[in-house]
Design a protein around this ligand. Sequence first.
Ligand code: FE
Length: 206
Amino acid sequence: MSQHILPSLPYSLGALEPWMTRETLKLHHGKHHKGYVDKLNSLIHQTPYDEMSLEEIILQAPENEPIFNNAAQTWNHTFFWNSMIPIAQRGAPEPFGDLSVAIQGAFDTLEGFKKEFAQAATDLFGSGWVWLVQDMDTETLHIISTHNAQNPLRSGIKPLLTLDVWEHAYYVDYRNERQKFVAGFWDFVNWRFAEGNLRGEVRRAA
Ligand code: FE
């Protein structure tokens, strides 16, 4: 049997302040993310899923049922933590290289991309995720929204970057004003992570 493990954050709890407070990050990682990992481990115990990797569970479990939901939320949160980086460490304040070219190809400008992404994040009704993804057939970039735990891997598209827009991601800091949370995301985006994902180096969740 395999036990899935809550990965450590790639930075300190205060690293995304003032945008995301220490209180929010501690709750989000230590309670919400941990809750999904613990629930997944209890659900798969003594089932065929017990021997599978997280990605295999996401691809094979019935969608929108508890095993899928907890596996996908486990993966999505790890991907989300890696989509961000403290300002002092990020080195790349804007997209670069192939990622920059791909963003301009799909959205004309970086500002155009940010505007469309922020709109999708603000418009998503209920709980979910907004993603920058690459269509593997056309190699073009798109912005997609997924509801609840849904995950792009299931649709055969490559995720590059994500933002969690469940209320637990912003309610402590911004109450109901999701658009303020979304607007602050850009200062902490880890463009190196997105660029690495574009080149095929998709970081595997633990
Ligand atoms: Fe979350």
